[in-house]
Design a protein around this ligand. Sequence first.
Ligand code: AQP
Length: 335
Amino acid sequence: MEKPTNRVFSGVQPTGNLHLGNYLGAIRNFVGLQDTHECLYCVVDMHAITVWQDPKELTANTREVAAAYIASGINPETHIIFNQSKVTAHAELAWILNCVARIGWLNRMTQFKDKAGKDREKASVGLYAYPVLMAADILAYRATHVPVGEDQKQHLELARDTAQKFNNDFEAEDFFPLPEPLIMGAATRVMSLRDGTKKMSKSDPSAYSRITLSDNADEIAQKIRKARTDPEPLPEVKDGLAERPEAANLVNIYAALSDTTTEQVLKEFGGKMFSEFKPALADLAVDKLSPITGEMKHLLADPAYIDGELEKGAERARAIADPVLKRVKEIVGFI
Ligand code: AQP
């Protein structure tokens, strides 16, 4: 069986409010990998339903993520874009891997603790088992590299442990490659605009905490204007950002959007007040995001086109995942 050496898999959940963190921490990096890797980018709708999703909104949000992929520059002809629920290998492999991964491993997952909150007994079983489904997503394609934001690093380690334990338990040598995380760029962890110690997230109740890919130019500028900061001017060097999470976040966003470094941004803006820095950041954000949000709107006006691309992508994804699953079943002893 063919053994890929440069296959990328990653995904984004269609849970609405797609934001700048998802773009800078994930989608933008997906685009860059197309030149050097064989890429599969998934809209992970099965992950989304681990917390309640209104069915109509789930459909709309699935199209929104697919539109964001295409509008950002992922080519659905040369690479694969699809939604997870269309490829049954993910669910089937996840069950087998549920029997390989250990409860102790899942108990250590910090994202479950954060998302389940105090009332853990009422969280869905799916939310708890989510990292195993994520392992199946990656391993069904024997993917070698996984571009993610920093928050997903722990889940990826679990995927590696699960692959290793499968290979050992079934004496399958290196059947599953151990997938490498690719954590790239100046904004691997974009923080909330309201609280620089919390990550920017889709589920934050405050719309002012995030810039979304459906915000227009005025909304982007207004959110940056209202972003929480401190009264000090920007420092000249990076160390000066250490105790200033909100300032550090805005500088990192500027660096990521302008493809430069934090040091470079501080060279330009060190000593300047936020009253000068924020308008520059707003202009940059509008400049970089408008072409994408405009193209997303255009694509979303034609849902049949998006659905067609997802279906074609799913067919190509199945052609890779089904033989892997068949081999896994043989290895396990299913007849
Ligand atoms: N704030 C962030 N900074 C950098 N990268 C981020 N990612 C998410 N938030 C940030 C990266 O985006 C990819 C897709 O994420 P996801 O939608 O699958 O799940 P998530 O990490 O749970 O996203 P959210 O937005 O934070 O949603 P909620 O509010 O539901 O928890 C991943 O690669 C992720 O690292």
